[in-house]
Structures are given as structure tokens and as C-alpha cells.
Design a protein around this ligand. Sequence first.
Ligand SMILES: C[S@@+](CC[C@H](N)C(=O)[O-])C[C@H]1O[C@@H](n2cnc3c(N)ncnc32)[C@H](O)[C@@H]1O
Ligand code: SF4
Length: 407
Amino acid sequence: MTAAALASPLSHAEPEALQSLPPLSLYIHIPWCVKKCPYCDFNSHEIRGGRDNLPEAEYVAALTRDLETALPSIWGRRVASVFFGGGTPSVFSARSIEALLAAARMLLPLEPGAEVTLEANPGTFEAKKFADFRSAGVNRLSIGIQSFDSRHLRALGRVHDGNEARRAVDIALDNFDNVNLDLMYALPHQTLEDARRDVGAAASHGVAHISAYHLTLEPNTLFYRQPPPLPDDDTAAQMQATVEQALHQHGYLNYEVSAFARPGRESRHNMNYWLFGDYLGIGAGAHSKISLADRIVRQVRFRQPRQYLARALDASPQATPIMAQHEVDGTDRGFEFMMNALRLTRGFEAKIFTARTGLQLESLVSQLDEAQRRGLITRDGEHIAPTPLGRRFLNDLLQIFLPEQQE
Ligand SMILES: C[S@@+](CC[C@H](N)C(=O)[O-])C[C@H]1O[C@@H](n2cnc3c(N)ncnc32)[C@H](O)[C@@H]1O
Ligand code: SF4
């Protein structure tokens, strides 16, 4: 630490070695979908020429090799949760998912009772396949419903209609007791009443978890280039309030900006992201964050499935599926932690901040003071949480912690 840093309590962004490593999750990306949705900016690619053209076996082999080559960076660590995300993982057969889970179990110690989630889309649902996913070891299903209203589903370019959405939930609940439904609101031509009906329908199924996202126009999407007629900002804000109120009435806790759970049914995998835990992401375009005692490393794998396959399956010693990686310095650690943990309604403990970043909370004292002064956080010695105002104006709150604002 420099003399200047010692002199100023505001410039303690020099991290110390981590005393312990955070929980570790495994993320497995499946980058294909039946059809590309016009609002979607995820690394997902339309399956051309039907499912038979999917290089499924090759991709399972690539993921397994990817995991094997990543092992030294996470050696000896236990895995607390696994998440198959996409794209649409449910386009893969149960046999492939089982093979991947078998490889993960063989190579890594999975904690007993580890949460294993798979994202599935209506339109890819067959009862037998979902029973087989369950037997393969998946114990949580996350279904991309978006809406139960066929008009809105059409406007979103989804491959399913309202009936298929309801049928998908029924099949899911026949096989899983831990089910999440993804919904979106502020949809083209959607009214307040439409949005209320959608969340009411989701809640009436009694699922453990509901994620309700405000539809955003992401650059690089068709909706961004040709925006559909969307509710204005005031109506969208009212919709958000309506969604929150309706889910509260149905017994769901809004524990993160867009996440609602019955008590005790929060997503453990996502909680680990929000509390700045570690994750190894394998598959095309997957992101990782890996802590070692003296550094935190972020990685991203090649995005294009073809390129990823070629790199991951290349047996030469210097070949790697990792496209880029960098170390997260002290200043960025503080901001990245806040960016995630302040999304949580109940906030975080000061000791978690230190354990995960290697920084003392005092390194952000001027930013914390400002956030408190503006009524955006509450803070006692041990605990920091966003206020209702801070949650409503989360971007303003996060901006206070942007690295440029730090000394
Ligand atoms: C990884 S995505 C894909 C999951 C699955 N393939 C699907 O489409 O149902 C997870 C969720 O993000 C949400 N999402 C995707 N694009 C979005 C956007 N532009 N605005 C808001 N939410 C979005 C959707 O609710 C989606 O279910
Ligand atoms: S199905 Fe999901 S991942 Fe695929 S394009 Fe649509 S929103 Fe994106």
C-alpha cells in the first residue's frame, strides 16, 4: 500500500488476500433455440433445419472437455448449485443432460442437496422428457412462460400460445416441486389489467418462484431496430407496482429486483451471483468468476457455437475455449459487489463484502455516506440494505459506486 493510500481512508481499494473462497456454482450454457425471439440479446441461435441438425453429442463432448480443462482453477472446491441456461436447454434430450450431470458429478464434488436448475420453454415440453430430466438429477425447473395471453405471446414472437404455457406448467408441477416461471411485463399493447391477470395466473399455479422482468429493448435485437408499440413509462411503472402488489398478495416475497419467492424458496444459484459468489460457466459465450486467494478472475468463452466447439474439442495443449479473461482489481471489486448485492431487498452483511472482495467497507465510506444522505440505503455497523427509494431508483444508487466516482 502506498503512503498516500495509508494517509487517506478513501483510497483503500488495495485488496487483501481472501481469507476463504466463496461458494462455487456451475453454469452450463446451451446456445440453441427453436426460433430467435425479436427482443432477445442472449447468446442464442436458431436451430437451422430442425433438431436433427443440432450437434448435440458433439456439444456434450465439448462441455465435458471444457469442464475437465477448467478443473485446475477450481480444484478441490465443492459445487453448491448447477444451472443449465440458454438459449433453450430443454431442446436437448434428457440423455444429454444426464451425461452432463454425470460428468459434473464425476469431476466435481456436488454438495448433497445441490440445487440443479434447467431452463425449459413451452413448445419443447413432452411429459416423458420432463420426467426423465427429473430422474437425471434436475431438481428445479425454470419455465420461460413470458405471458399466458396468446395475443402477447404472438407479439413477442414466441413459438408457444397460452394453452401450451398452461400445459407446460402442469407438466412441470407433475414432475418437480421446485418450479420457477419467467414472466415479462410492459409488453406491446399490454394493459395494466393484462399484466395483473398474467401474474395472477402464474401465482395461482402455486409455484415456488416467479421472475417478472420489465421488457427492455436491447441493442442488437429486432425490437431495438423496429420498436413495437410499448406502454409509456408511467404505465410501465404502474405495471411494475401492480405486479409487485399482486405477487405480495399471493404470498411471494420480492427478494431481488425481479425475483419473487415463497418464503425459503429463493433461487440458491442466483443468490450466489447476487452475493458475489464464484461461478464456473462452461459452454458457448459463458461467463465465469473465479476467486483465488490473491486474485479474482473473470473469463468469457467463445460465443459462436461453431467456434466454441472447435476450440473446446481441439486436443492440442495450447487450445482453449476461453476467448478473454482479466483480473478484477480492487476498485472494480467494490463496484461489482454493490451492483449485485444492492439488488437484494435485504441487502448484505459488511463481513460478506470483506470476505468476497478482500476490501474493507471503509474503502467505500464516502459513497456509502452519500447514498445514505440521499436516503437510498440504510446502514448500521454490520448491515447495509437499499431503502424503498433506493430500490426504486436503483440506477442512481449504483451510479454512486461507479469506479469513476471513487477516489
Ligand atoms: C436466459 S432467458 C431465456 C430463457 C428461455 N430460453 C426463454 O426464452 O424462455 C431468461 C429470461 O430472460 C427474460 N428476458 C429475455 N430477454 C429479455 C428482455 N429483452 N427484456 C426483459 N426480459 C428478458 C425472459 O423472461 C427469459 O425467460
Ligand atoms: S427462446 Fe429464450 S433464449 Fe431463445 S431467443 Fe427466445 S428469449 Fe432468447
